[in-house]
Design a protein around this ligand. Structure first.
Ligand code: SAM
Ligand code: DTB
Ligand code: SF4
Length: 338
């Protein structure tokens, strides 16, 4: 007896299935439960149908406004309520950021991602960030920013300044979200993502694994991402960087194979998205990263620093790419972002 019939027999309504749902939770959970070889084979097959399997998109991050954030995200070293040793700084000047972006371009990065530790920017902050974006865009790089919650008008201003991508993560499942952040809601995040889409920008949206979430939460997070009207063009999957002073500093290790499985499932259910092997590579072996690339990850952050935390750096990454026969994905500056 199928679930619907069973529910009808028991006089209960079946679980709601939205008409536009592309992937059900059960369907996603079934992928997670495949034998590893079947899951990886499927993911690599989907990957090859959509991308050059040996190309990896390279982005570089810069924290343009560090620390002092009023939010309480339990993973974050930049929240002012945790004693993590991160000093609060003012928004950087245009020239300083453009000079850093130029260096990143020379080192081979094609997308420049600028992060600010704000709950939401003030309009005057957006004016200043718009000038920064215009300067970086003029170098011929793709631009991305992550500034917290936006109003529809702020999203339009950033788009007009030349912003290609906006990063705003859902971070985890809707069910686990309240255990991690209490100062803004899951729906607040979806609202900002809607404003970003309405302004015509590409969306970068993903989450963090290893925060003590369950397997069901990982299913729930990917379920939300894959069922967006348009799935995010870029899906960062971060492995929690446990920072002393944050409430999640001592959370247990995640099984690395559960991380790889999540990448593989993301690849299968969002076949056209770039899946980014994001924060946490500093704590991964070459072998684990190789498995993530085989599972369909095709983007990384390069450089020795993420926003405040460490990253492997160019020398290690060049050696890794050489070991695996990978190449940076070429970027055609003439092509508009999807
Ligand atoms: N304040 C803005 C916001 O929260 O949207 C932008 C910056 S915030 C640092 C960007 C993202 O970085 C977060 O949504 C989270 O997914 C990720 N992040 C922050 N701290 C992290 C950590 N310790 N480990 C892994 N990812 C982290
Ligand atoms: C994302 O998903 N990960 C990046 C980027 N988007 C902004 C940030 C990772 C931050 C890691 C902790 C730190 O450097 O402070
Ligand atoms: Fe602030 Fe963003 Fe860190 Fe949350 S993740 S505390 S909003 S900087």
């Amino acid at each position: 007896m199928n679930k619907t019939v069973q529910a009808q027999v028991q006089g209960k309504s079946p679980p709601p299935l939205k008409t536009n749902e592309k992937w059900s939770r059960d369907g996603i959970a079934a992928l997670f439960n495949l034998p590893m070889n079947d899951l990886l084979f499927k993911a690599q097959t989907v990957h090859r149908e959509n991308f050059n399997p040996n190309h990896v998109q390279v982005s570089r991050l810069l924290s343009i406004k560090t620390g002092g954030c009023p939010e309480d995200c339990k993973y974050c070293p930049q929240a002012s309520s945790y004693d993590t040793g991160v000093e609060a700084d003012k928004l950087m000047q245009v020239d300083q950021v453009v000079a850093e972006a130029q260096k990143a371009k020379e080192a081979g990065a094609t997308r420049y991602c600028m992060g600010a530790a704000w709950r939401s920017p003030k309009d005057r902050d957006v004016t200043q960030v718009a000038a920064i974006i215009a300067g970086v865009k003029a170098l011929g790089m793709e631009t991305c920013a992550t500034l917290g919650m936006l109003t529809p008008e702020q999203a339009v201003t950033l788009k007009h300044a030349g912003l290609d991508y906006y990063n705003h993560n859902i971070d985890t499942s809707e069910e686990f979200y309240g255990d991690v952040i209490t100062t803004r809601t899951f729906q607040d995040r979806l609202d900002t993502l809607g404003h970003v889409r309405d302004a015509g920008m590409s969306v970068c949206c993903g989450g963090i694994l290893g925060m003590g979430e369950s397997g069901e939460d990982r299913v729930g997070m990917l379920h939300v991402l894959a069922n967006m009207d348009r799935p995010p063009e870029s899906v960062p999957i971060n492995l929690l960087m446990r920072v002393e002073g944050t409430p999640l500093a001592d959370v247990d290790d995640l099984d690395p194979l559960d991380f790889v499985r999540t990448i593989a499932v993301a690849r299968i259910i969002m076949p056209e998205s770039h899946v980014r092997l994001s924060a946490g590579r500093e704590n991964m072996s070459d072998e684990m990263q190789a498995m993530c690339f085989f599972a369909g990850a095709n983007s990384i952050f390069s450089g020795e620093k993420l926003l405040t935390a460490g990253n492997p750096g160019d020398d290690k990454d060049h050696a890794l790419f050489a070991r695996l026969g990978l190449e940076p994905e070429p970027f055609d500056a003439e092509q508009p972002a999807p």
